[in-house]
Design a protein around this ligand. Structure first.
Ligand code: ZN
Length: 323
């Protein structure tokens, strides 16, 4: 059998898929991303997860033709190097991911930005099927973006689609990238956690941190945010509403510029919060949009947690076919 491996290498989890030629999923395996040990620990975890994935499907390593990896941050796709991924602990220097993982399994490895990979999957198989022009806004630990224009992934000079670092508030909140007022500083899970911690330290009542401990977590996961919202926790509701407003403002502005057929909202946080979050995003986009009917073209990702890994596997297959 000719199989491909897709890896979504995220700041919080490593999601791997074994994918057949027709893009059907043969097996999946996920684990938490190591927070200690930097790139060495993370890439060892990727190796282990792929080995477990193959064992689960009862396939030898020789069954895989290629590996596709979607990673957050700035990527040199041609060189297979993650230049910088500020949301992944210890990834502040370039890491030659494609070369390292390629040596582990003896197959070619294609590296892509994670949200760009997700948008390739949504365009082929998900919410953007049959549409020519798409913008993706993915809220996870950070906020990533991806653009499909005329059915092709648009990378610009290499780093296009970074809607997370589009400024939505002049002189606004400090962002992890060092600038101020970026979308990510309002709608990334990392930024939201920092804001919640500051409020908590200042004496605001919230169930967020008790829920986090109950669930055995050290960080505010998407699940914790969802549970707090379901309990009508005031701080959680307020911060998530603010995040949705920020995403809606950015989505509306970008739609005015690009007039895309559809804006796909995805990522762990948005996917977990689902329709309520989407609704708030649409409401926030409405006053920003030159053409108000466009708000209905803002939709949720259909592929959820599989999105990035599926897209990465597809891109790897396409690159191999071009050789
Ligand atoms: Zn930024």
């Amino acid at each position: 059998m000719n199989l491909r491996v897709g890896v979504d290498l995220g700041a919080t989890k490593i999601q791997t898929l074994l994918v057949a030629d027709d893009d059907s999923i043969v097996a999946r395996k996920r684990r938490a991303t190591p927070v200690m040990g930097g790139p060495d620990a993370v890439l060892a975890a990727v190796q282990e997860t792929i080995e477990q994935l193959l064992a689960r499907a009862d396939q030898p390593a020789s069954a895989i033709s290629t590996i596709g990896i979607g990673a957050p941050g700035q990527i040199d796709a041609a060189a297979g190097v993650v230049l910088q991924a500020v949301n992944v602990a210890g990834w502040d220097q370039p890491v030659p991911v494609a070369e390292i993982v390629g040596e582990m399994f003896g197959v070619p490895v294609a590296l892509t930005n994670d949200v760009q990979a997700s948008m390739v999957a949504e365009h082929r198989l998900g919410a953007g099927r049959g549409r020519a022009n798409l913008l993706g806004i993915f809220c996870g630990t950070g906020v990533g973006g991806g653009l499909i224009l005329n059915h092709e992934l648009w990378v610009g000079a290499g780093a296009a689609g970074e809607i997370g670092h589009t400024v939505i508030v002049q002189d606004g909140n400090q962002c992890g990238c060092g600038r101020r007022g970026c979308l990510e500083a309002y709608a990334g899970r990392g930024a939201l956690e920092q804001i919640a911690r500051d409020h908590h330290a200042a004496g605001h009542k919230t169930a967020l941190f008790a829920l986090m401990e109950e669930q055995g977590r050290s960080r505010l996961t998407s699940r914790v945010w969802l549970d707090a919202c379901l309990q009508r926790d005031e701080l959680a509701l307020e911060l998530i509403a603010q995040a949705a407003r920020a995403v809606g403002t950015a989505a509306g502005s970008a739609a005015n510029l690009l007039d895309v057929d559809c804006v796909v909202i995805g990522g762990g946080l948005a996917t977990r919060l689902g329709d309520h979050f989407l609704n708030d995003v649409r409401i926030a986009a409405q006053p920003v949009l030159l053409r108000s009917d466009v708000a209905n073209r803002i939709v949720l990702s259909e592929l959820g947690d599989d999105c990035g890994a599926l897209g990465a596997a597809r891109i790897a297959g396409d690159r191999l076919a071009q050789r």
